[in-house]
Design a protein around this ligand. Structure first.
Ligand code: UTP
Length: 464
């Protein structure tokens, strides 16, 4: 007699998933069965059928306009940077701000064999990305006199090692009650030509994290959103693990968000080149959207304003502030975030049991993106930041032109040397310097903490 598992797989034309069933012992069979039963086959089939429509955003992208923005040069800004800073400081002093750090990605480009947050990025200290981020949060909590809780998202790829790493280092000083680690969901990869799920091994499906958009569902599932609500958190500052220059819960950005009555805000940098490979933050029909560079038609990307500047100027750096009430509202909408498709190389086990490492994209992956929340937000705004001060993402392995470990370290050194020089310190050209967030979070704070006449002639780590 057929098992209910066979009936299920037959119904969805996925019998190949149990091709090696008889070679598995009972526990491995149970593993495979659990993975299969967690799949929503109808949804996968629907997404596969709609794959062309899902990737055609060109028509909508044509209607792109510049977004409602607070610019660095102050032009057209409704509120000054000082007003914004004051408003942000109030929220921090009231303890109404928490932080979401997403660290569930596979980090395939970097090729580091551990969660990216463990990467030793400190140019002099060698400290990890996680330590950088947590120290900034501790320094902010100390400065404003209220805890800043961290909601850290992992995925099945990064969860166990991340939890171990943080435990081994006593969470870098973050109190236990101020850290919640929650794991995002996965989606199966399907064969690009047949839509059938791929096997990663005889008892495992090829699964991968469901994109940073998986944050929304995972925040709710793991109880983190409810935790934030119960603590009186009203805004969540969202950022990615790969950027050690990010100004975590910076009061100015928070303040613009609050003064504008925005439900979701985005930090952006001014694009230098119309076809730059960044997400474009744009206004479409009165709503904020992020349009990937690959979806923005060239003629739209090249449009110029009367003063010659790029009309579509705002490049996303994936730093946001979300109102907790907005996230809560969106979490109750099943269609809150669409799936995007990406053609990727996904290793798989073929019908004969042989593992294939494809050298061209063979599979479709389905991912949700957090920025797809923006069109649903009221009064959404963007705030421009200077990339030299706020953006140095670690994406690529050594050898690439930018976003490599050495490139990120050089950005950190350049920024910290600027802080030191602004404080009147002589820094010998080319000498690596690094400032611990626990010593200073910005140049003004640093200036008050240095001895007069400090000179830097050799690699130096400034720490309390
Ligand atoms: P990227 O899209 O740059 O992916 O993620 P990645 O994992 O860092 O690197 P590649 O593309 O595999 O080389 C941007 C941020 O979103 C997080 C990542 O951890 C990173 O902080 N992310 C991405 C998740 O948390 N979950 C996901 O499913 C995808």
């Amino acid at each position: 007699m057929k098992s209910s598992l066979e009936t299920l797989l037959e119904m969805h034309d996925q019998m190949h998933l149990i091709a090696f069933w008889n070679q598995l012992n009972a526990s491995r069979q149970a593993t495979l069965e659990a993975e299969i039963r967690a799949i929503d086959f109808e949804r996968i089939a629907r997404l596969y059928q709609q794959r062309d429509a899902l990737s055609d955003l060109g028509a909508m992208a044509k209607r792109s306009r510049p977004p409602a923005a607070f610019r660095l040069n102050g032009q057209g800004n409704r509120f000054s940077a000082d007003e914004a800073r004051q408003r942000g400081i109030e929220a921090l002093r009231d303890g109404r701000v928490g932080v979401i750090l997403v660290a569930g990605g596979q980090g395939t480009r970097l090729g580091f064999n551990h969660p990216k947050g463990m990467f030793p990025i400190g140019p002099v200290s060698g400290k990890s990305l996680f330590q950088f981020h947590i120290e900034k949060m501790l320094a902010a909590a100390r400065r404003y006199g209220k805890p800043v809780p961290l909601y850290l998202m992992t995925s099945p790829v990064t969860h166990d090692e991340t939890v171990d790493f943080l435990a081994r280092h006593d969470r870098f000083g973050l109190p236990e009650r101020d850290l919640r680690v929650f794991c995002q969901g996965t989606m199966p990869a399907v064969d690009a030509t047949t839509g059938k799920l791929l096997l990663d091994g005889p008892e495992h499906l090829a699964l991968s994290p469901d994109g940073h958009g998986g944050t929304l569902a995972a925040l709710v599932r793991g109880g983190s959103l409810a935790d934030a609500q119960s603590r009186g958190i009203e805004q969540l500052f969202y950022f990615q693990v790969d950027n050690p220059l990010v100004d975590i819960a910076g009061p100015e950005f928070l303040g613009y968000h609050l003064l504008a009555g925005s439900e979701a805000s985005s930090q952006v940098i001014a694009k230098r080149d119309p076809l730059e490979r960044v997400g474009n933050v744009v206004d479409i029909d009165g709503r904020l959207h992020v349009i990937e560079y690959s979806d923005l038609p060239d003629d739209v990307a090249r449009r110029r304003a009367a003063d010659g500047s790029l009309e579509i100027w705002a490049g996303s750096i994936a730093v946001h502030v979300f109102d907790v009430a907005f996230l809560d509202r969106m979490a109750h909408r099943a269609d809150a975030l669409p799936f995007h498709i990406a053609k990727k190389k996904v290793p798989y086990v073929d019908a004969s049991g042989k593992r294939i490492e494809p050298d061209a994209p063979n599979a479709i992956k389905f991912e949700r993106f957090i920025f797809d929340l923006l069109p649903s937000a009221e009064n959404a705004i963007v705030v421009e930041v200077d990339p030299a001060r706020a953006f140095a993402p670690l994406k690529n392995a050594p050898g690439a032109a930018t976003d490599t470990p050495d490139w990120v370290r050089a950005q950190l050194v350049a920024e910290h040397a600027r802080w030191l020089r602004a404080a009147g310190v002589e820094v010998r050209e080319g000498v690596p310097v690094e400032i611990s967030p626990l010593l200073a979070l910005d140049p003004e704070e640093l200036a008050g903490r240095l001895l007069r006449g400090t000179r830097v002639l050799e690699p130096t780590y400034f720490t309390p």
